[in-house]
Design a binder for this molecule. Structure first.
Ligand code: T1G
Length: 686
């Protein structure tokens, strides 16, 4: 199928790019575009050229699948140079997304028309690179250094409306964007092309002088959270802002090629495709219709889950055992939506309509017509089994019955019903209406249609769904246990909680393990451990955690845990009793302390994650390594620019990883370090 076709309409040549799914600038597209532009300029008699795209979007960028392969001519900067130097006006007719190389093509055009609702951006820094086809040079010449730096270094697209305000597009239309571009072309002539060629412009001096680059740099540094590409983009813009175009473009290309091969860029490409590879329904499955949702439990998770569906326009029946419990749920719902209105996230009308969609009631009768019922009751197997037994008696045939448990055995819960084939886990992460990740946990009896229905529910509510099998903690929480174990043991061996947290936030984790424990509530882990079989976890690793809970220090919720929290500012400071408790546990355990470096903290926690991840793959709890990375990046604050724990393991090298793990096998807690056959095979094959 041709990736480009041309059409003559009213004396204008329309070049239609047609390269599904997102009109990425593959080599074939670049070559066809270059030939068509050159041919029209050499021998065509049209008055103008329009570049437009078939399908749902304008060009969404270079073809990321070509990255990592030797670059193939024609190179995109040369294609764009040919567009810009064309002897007749070239107009970009934008709909959907104009991103990366797509926006750079549009910047090479002399005019840009955007359909209302379209998005324009240079998201390259999200892939660990910088724009590589003139974006860092043309954009500042069109909209000024400050707005350009914001767009390029932030990596976020702007709406067509904002683009018009910035001067990035010349016209916005609610009509057909190509027809609008044709009419627009009637008012432009080739005489004015000079100024329309951005490479012939300079960035205004005022703009450079008053750009307050230092302030922008600080903001970008904070947003980057350890990633290097945003800062590289900023330094490139700053360096080239008053350079001649060609010099600046060469430096841009040099920077682009340097970054394209970095571990960070490889990791960001990995997670980009990993996010798109998760949650694929089984091929032989048919999702059931989803019209009405039921939620059991009006606590924090239940209200968050109800909001998730109401935000997507689904009616929800939210039930609990008493009016008092419902009252607390209603209060929570109201305050959450009110704070979203206050922050400008949603309108007053949205708040009203979404609140209307959630009906509160006592008992289960209202759930009789629900297509999907999600249980978010107390985290205890006996409680959940009793809820599912009741649901089994109320729910209609074919309703999907999901539990929001974060680690319990779904097979046991399913067996409490007469329909285990309709039961699975939907493990949302708190706050459920905000966090994108949901683990879809298939029980041994879960049918393909039930699984497919749950995956559809996740998709239509904008979640990233990762399929998991049943084990204690599924994917994320099972790996978290290994990570917490090593953090806790290193605390006993000599590292302070704040040193462990700092080493890991410097590595890129959004929060350290002890801060996370305080945030989640130390009593959560305490209760979970009481339900776990002896020998299934390392008690020494959480001995201090347990002492804190027994003294009533539950973390943020009680004002103190590993840290003390200022109840006004929520700022934290070391909790004075923690060091005494650590010393006491060390003494009881006869532990001889030693200096523990941040390198050891990162190594042991990461190896623990990777080793557990390989066991999860060996036991087929997860289908693929990249799924585990998606769970950890989206559910546990793992730095995106490292691609996830398994991607990080790959970057170290599997043979080296296995060797380091084997060293721990011979250590004092070696029983937790047995390597799987899976990792041995990886080390052997790589
Ligand atoms: N290259 C190759 N495939 C791409 C792609 C791309 N740029 N963008 C998307 N896909 C695939 C994706 O893998 C999925 O495939 C399908 O398209 C639908 O994507 C020179 C060097 C455009 C907002 O970073 O942000 O230009 O799973 O599920 O939710 O300076 O895709 O179906 O097989 O995401 O509707 C810069 C990345 C590249 C844009 C659409 N551009 N894409 O979202 O669909 S670097 C980007 C997106 C660059 C220049 C530099 C989104 C989207 P499959 P999807 P969506």
């Amino acid at each position: 199928m041709a990736v480009l076709s041309s059409e003559n309409r009213s004396g204008v040549l329309i070049l239609w790019i047609d390269n599904p799914p997102v009109n990425a600038l593959s080599q074939a597209v670049r070559s066809a575009l270059l030939n068509a532009i050159s041919k029209e300029c050499d021998e065509g008699n049209n008055t103008a050229i329009i570049i437009a795209c078939r399908g749902r979007t304008f060009i969404a960028g270079a073809d990321i699948r070509e990255f990592g392969k030797p670059p193939a001519e024609p190179y995109l900067p040369d294609v764009i140079a040919a567009i810009e130097s064309a002897s007749k006006p070239v107009i970009a007719a934008i709909h959907g997304h104009a991103l990366g190389g797509g926006l750079e093509v549009a910047l090479g055009c002399h005019y840009r028309i955007a359909a209302a609702g379209s998005q324009l951006g240079l998201p390259e820094t999200n892939l660990g690179i910088v724009p590589g086809a003139g974006g860092t040079q043309r954009l500042p010449r069109l909209i000024g250094a400050v707005d350009a730096a914001e767009m390029i270094c932030g990596g976020k697209p702007v709406s067509a409306e904002k683009a018009l305000e910035l001067g990035l597009v010349d016209k916005l239309t609610d009509d057909d964007v190509v027809s609008t571009a044709i009419s627009y072309s009637l008012n432009v002539t080739k005489e004015t092309l000079g100024y329309r060629r951005l490479s012939e412009r300079k960035v205004s001096v005022d703009d450079i002088l008053f750009s307050n680059f230092d302030k922008i740099e600080k903001k970008i540094q904070k947003q980057a959270k350890g990633a290097t590409a945003p800062l590289e983009a900023f330094s490139l813009i700053r360096k080239t802002i008053d350079m001649p175009f060609t010099e600046g473009k060469n430096l841009e290309r040099e920077t682009f090629l340097k970054l394209a091969g970095t571990t960070e860029a490889k990791a960001l490409r990995h997670i980009f495709f990993a996010e798109r590879g998760v949650g694929r329904a089984p091929s032989n499955s048919n999702p059931r219709k989803l019209n009405k949702i039921g939620v059991v439990g009006a606590g924090t998770m239940g209200v968050g889950i109800a909001m998730t569906f109401a935000d997507a326009g689904y009616p929800v029946s939210l039930t609990d055992i008493s009016e008092e419990a419902l009252g607390r749920g209603k209060f929570r719902l109201r305050s959450l939506y009110e704070s979203q209105v206050k922050r400008g996230r949603i309108s007053e009308r949205d708040r009203e309509s979404r609140t209307q969609l959630i009906q509160f009631s006592v008992g289960y009768d209202v759930l009789a017509d629900a297509d999907l019922i999600i249980e978010a009751a107390f985290e205890a197997t006996d409680v959940k089994c009793s809820v599912f037994k009741k649901l089994d008696g109320v729910a209609k045939r074919g309703a999907v019955l999901a539990t929001n448990t974060s680690y319990l055995d779904i097979n046991v819960i399913a067996e409490a019903t007469s329909r285990p084939q309709d039961v699975l886990g939907l493990h949302y992460f708190s706050p459920a209406n905000v966090m994108k990740l949901v683990e879809v946990v298939r029980g041994q009896a879960t049918s393909p249609d039930t699984l497919s229905t749950a995956l559809t529910a996740a998709k239509v509510t904008g979640k990233i769904a990762v399929i998991a099998g049943v084990c204690h903690g599924f994917i994320g929480n099972r790996m978290l246990r290994a990570y917490v174990r090593e953090s806790g043991l290193m605390m006993l061996e000599g590292a302070l909680p704040s040193e462990v947290d700092r080493a890991l936030t410097d590595f890129g984790m959004s929060m350290g393990p002890f801060s996370v424990a305080d945030l989640a509530g130390l009593d959560i882990g305490y209760k979970a451990r009481q339900e776990m079989q002896a020998g299934s976890f390392e008690p020494m690793a959480t001995a201090v955690h347990d002492r804190l809970v027994e003294k009533g220090h539950l973390g943020q919720k009680s004002g103190a845990g590993f840290y003390r929290y200022n109840d006004k500012t929520r700022a934290n400071s070391p909790h004075p009793i923690v060091e005494d408790l650590i010393a006491m546990v060390r003494k009881e355990a006869g532990v001889k302390t030693r200096l523990i470096s941040s390198e050891e903290i990162v190594s042991r926690t990461m190896l623990a994650l990777i080793n557990e991840g390989c066991w999860i793959l060996e036991e087929k709890i997860s289908e693929r390594m990249s799924d585990i990375d998606v769970v950890y990046v989206h559910g546990y604050g793992f730095p995106r620019w490292r691609g996830g724990p398994m991607c990080y393991g790959e970057s170290i090298g599997w043979a080296k990883v296995l060797k380091q793990i084997q060293k721990h096998v011979n250590g004092p807690y070696g029983r937790w370090w047995n390597p799987s056959q899976y990792i041995k095979k990886l080390a052997n094959d790589h």
